[in-house]
Write a protein that binds this ligand. Structure first.
Ligand SMILES: Nc1ccn([C@@H]2O[C@H](COP(=O)(O)OP(=O)(O)OP(=O)(O)O)[C@@H](O)[C@H]2O)c(=O)n1
Ligand SMILES: [Mg+2]
Length: 429
């Protein structure tokens, strides 16, 4: 049997060489095995990944070794695949079924330590596309797997200076028109979207998905934000979709976690359903965002941590932005609504998402989020209240649940007022 290194490890080694960077340290190496059978793999100690899937794990390194295969589509969507492997399937056959030319290059396993100096097996011009910074599909096989649209969009977010080849754009549009993305399963969609959100320039993923029409099918709540105006005094970029992309890229620039980036993605969904006669104002968009968010999260089975952060950010981002004008009592109420006393670490995520929102505006990227300088000391002061002591005293006086809550609230307001050097009364009506 002959073994080859393929995919990301080869691509990234060549990119690092071209960039004159240190050898790339691609962690996840993918291997192709030519001229073997499942039985021969098992005899060598490789462990099958699934029953009907020609992929094995190396007994020591646990890296993936796939038998060279061809694929045929038998039904729409992600599940309808038939694999064909036999010892006669060549490396070239296997490379031809891959998604992008830059991912369809191989080197012999004996050269795997230094792929950039090895003899490259590159039947589809992957190296040329890597140098010209083009994402191009390999063959019509791309059209058989709609997940590849999402993968391509994710690679665009990872390699933001790459463009999409015109024929690949056309193919993706055609796939969307034929309803291919309507059969995607939630797990795969969320997997790719979440990875793309974590890349260097998340906006590129959404631009690519929007361009081919996939965004409209997968995330219509996001897609319809383009063309929706906002007040120019608050939002010099005006367009809500443009603003959203700036917020997402700011979240990446600030190294935000996935829940924060997802919260950024969803914070303004409600602006897409603002009645036309109210524009460019968006009164009450927070509540509408939260409702649209619920549907989106159910559709794509978004994990609860992302969902919950996005919900509170959608509801409260405007209140955090306006918190400079709040007195101690209103600040404590805001902190309570954010569940900041039980989840102080999560409150930092809420503030960070709001910072991305504020700085994701034309001309505001360099602003400091001054609200933080008041919100965090307020939280710290309020947390200094020992709730157990107040509860014990209250119980000794015969007080019950809601009254205890009121006493704790008042004590927090007092502490916040002291810390901010203000009276406890609201400054705003
Ligand atoms: N739907 C898919 C999934 C994977 N591949 C092929 O399998 C390789 C390995 O897949 P994966 O590890 O997911 O991507 P990498 O390109 O290795 O990128 P990275 O691991 O850096 O994310 C890809 O390069 C590509 O050749 C494909 O053609 N179509
Ligand atoms: Mg890989």
């Amino acid at each position: 049997m002959d073994i080859y290194l393929v995919g990301g490890a080869v691509r990234d080694a060549l990119m690092a060489r071209d960039a004159d960077a240190a050898a790339s340290s691609h962690v996840d190496r993918d291997w192709v095995v030519v001229g073997a059978t499942p039985e021969a793999m098992a005899a060598q100690g490789f462990l099958p990944v699934g029953r009907d899937f020609p992929v094995f794990l190396h007994p020591q390194t646990r890296e993936e070794y796939a038998l060279a295969r061809t694929e045929r589509k038998t039904a729409p969507g992600y599940h309808g695949f038939h694999f064909h492997t036999d010892p006669g399937v060549t490396l070239e056959d296997d490379l031809a079924r891959r998604d992008l030319t830059i991912n369809a290059m191989a080197v012999a396993a004996t050269d795997a330590e230094d792929p950039a100096s090895a003899r490259l097996i590159d039947p589809h011009g992957g190296l040329r596309d890597l140098r010209e910074r083009v994402l191009r599909h390999v063959t019509g096989a791309f059209g058989e797997d709609p997940v590849r649209i999402l993968r391509l969009a994710r690679f665009a977010a990872r390699f933001p200076d790459f463009s999409v080849a015109p024929e690949t754009r056309a193919l993706m549009r055609q796939m969307v028109e034929h309803g291919e993305v309507d059969h995607l399963v939630a797990e795969r969609v969320w997997q790719e979207l979440s990875r793309g959100l974590m890349e260097q320039r998340p906006s590129r993923m959404f631009e690519v998905l929007r361009d081919c029409g996939a965004l409209q099918r997968l995330l219509p709540e996001v897609d319809r934000l383009w063309g929706v105006p906002q007040r120019a005094d608050h939002h010099p970029e005006i367009d809500t979709g443009v603003h959203l992309m700036m917020v997402l890229d700011m979240s990446a620039l600030l190294g935000a976690s996935l829940p924060v980036r997802f919260a950024c993605l969803c914070h303004d969904l409600g602006k897409g359903t603002t009645p036309a006669d109210v524009l460019p104002r968006h009164i009450g968009h927070e509540e509408r965002s939260a409702r649209l968010l619920r549907g989106l999260c159910e559709r794509w089975r978004v994990p609860v941590e992302c969902r919950e952060l996005a919900d509170v950010v959608a509801r409260e981002h405007g209140n955090l932005h306006r918190s400079a004008g709040l007195g101690a009592a209103a600040l404590v109420r805001l902190l309570e609504r954010c569940d900041a006393f039980r989840k102080p670490a999560r409150f930092l995520d809420i503030v960070l998402a709001c910072e991305c929102d504020a700085r994701g505006r034309l001309g505001h990227a360099g602003d400091a989020y001054l609200q933080r300088e008041r919100l965090l000391p307020a939280l710290q002061a309020a947390r200094s209240v020992v709730t157990a002591d107040i509860a014990a005293q209250a119980q000794a006086r015969g007080l019950k649940g809601p009254d205890v809550g009121t006493l704790i609230h008042r004590a927090r307001v007092t502490e916040v007022a002291k810390a901010l050097g203000e009276g406890a009364l609201d400054r705003t009506p």
